[in-house]
Design a protein around this ligand. Structure first.
Ligand SMILES: Cc1cc2nc3c(=O)[nH]c(=O)nc-3n(C[C@H](O)[C@H](O)[C@H](O)COP(=O)(O)O)c2cc1C
Length: 352
């Protein structure tokens, strides 16, 4: 199969923060409802150089909530793994960080990430997530309190470029976080108002990168190796973080890593490989969460694996009707049926 090679102006180096070293490549951005243990493990195996948990409420943790530890369990699949906390009260965030760092939840992790990007009203309403971009002083207080409480555990922050186009506070918040002791930043190149579209603003990410000395990962809309290199070029960042692009496409990590090393990009998976990994992914979810819960969540994942295939709309509908692990085989059989009608020159699967 044809391999392509694209290159950066300079060879990408390893990214170091705290006691952690990330090989050149892409990290898995945190996604509530998606980056559970099974997805983290899978992405790490396919070359993600770092993974982060779904966001966890610091308040819920400190109140002894039983479900929160499940979001953090299972580690990062061998790649450096961060637990992401959200909250608006420095003392509560600090208490959660101290308990984590003290080993209270008995979960393996390598660093603590602070959420300063979530746009959901239930998070921003009390002042957490991206609402911290409207209150840089509070963002700094939280970062400082968490860094102090975490001790030797590195602390990172994931932020957006600002609250809206009139409040582009990303660089200010980034500088304050750096002064507070934060070791790495991941910047989603949109404001809170923009949520997840339209496109990102690489120039604003570049301003944030230029404002600090700690490593910065650029994030937003990366779906291929070329796009990753383009984002690195335009922002000067040290690496990229990938969210939705990795859904149903863990192969992306090896492709980006190869491109960053200046090596030929591995070919996309065949249809058989794609479905084999899909089966493995959903099986792992069933093992981790039980079939009933897992199969509800698996519908979205399975639909992503169908992206770009002939009959994708019908296949997505079939995914949404799955209730048991066995139903997945019917969906896969249907997918093969659709592809059988494809012209022979495009019979191998290509994920855009
Ligand atoms: C379903 C979903 C859940 C998300 N959950 C989180 C989260 O828990 N914490 C966080 O910092 N960002 C979260 N994000 C934002 C992503 O990490 C990422 O910044 C954003 O999707 C843009 O990157 P992408 O274009 O590569 O997906 C979420 C995004 C999506 C689509």
């Amino acid at each position: 199969m044809k391999q392509t090679q694209i290159s950066l102006d300079k060879t990408a180096g390893a990214v170091r923060f705290g006691n952690i070293t990330l090989a050149p490549g892409a990290s898995l951005a945190p996604m509530a409802g998606a980056t559970d243990t099974s997805m983290r493990r899978l992405c790490a195996r396919f070359g993600a150089n770092m993974t982060v948990s779904e966001m966890v409420s610091a308040k819920a943790l400190t109140l002894g909530d039983k479900k929160s530890p499940l979001l953090m369990a299972g580690g990062g699949g061998g790649a450096p793994f961060g637990i992401q906390l959200f909250g608006h009260e420095p003392d509560v965030m600090a208490e959660a960080a101290a308990r984590l760092a003290g080993g209270e939840y008995r979960v393996p992790f390598d660093f603590i990430d602070i959420n300063m990007g979530c746009p959901a009203p239930k998070i921003t309403g009390p002042g957490a997530g991206s609402a911290l971009l409207r209150d840089p002083k509070r963002a700094e207080d939280i970062a400082r309190a968490v860094c102090r409480a975490a001790g030797v555990v590195p602390v990172t922050v994931k932020l957006r470029i600002g609250w809206d186009e009139d409040t582009l506070t990303g660089a200010e918040v980034a500088k304050r976080c750096e002064a507070a002791g934060v070791a790495l930043l991941t910047v989603h190149g949109r404001t809170r108002r923009e949520q997840y579209e339209p496109g990102i603003h690489p120039d604003e990410i570049a301003k944030i990168k230029a404002a600090v000395s700690v490593p910065v990962l650029a994030n937003g809309d990366v779906t291929g190796a070329e796009g990753a290199l383009e984002l690195l070029r335009r922002t000067g960042c040290d690496g990229v973080a990938v969210g939705r692009g990795a859904m149903g496409n863990p192969w992306l990590f090896a492709q980006i890593a190869a491109a960053m090393r200046g090596e030929p990009i591995p070919a996309p998976p065949t249809l058989a490989e794609r479905f084999s990994v899909l089966r493995e992914h959903i099986r792992a979810m069933c093992d981790d969460k039980g079939e009933r819960v897992a199969m509800c969540e698996a519908r979205t994942h399975a639909a992503w694996y169908m992206r770009g295939l002939r009959g994708a709309a019908s296949l997505r509908r079939a995914c949404c009707a799955m209730t048991t692990f066995l139903d997945l085989e019917d969906v896969i059989a249907l997918a093969y049926e659709y592809q059988a009608h494809q012209p022979s020159d495009s019979s191998s699967s290509v994920i855009e």
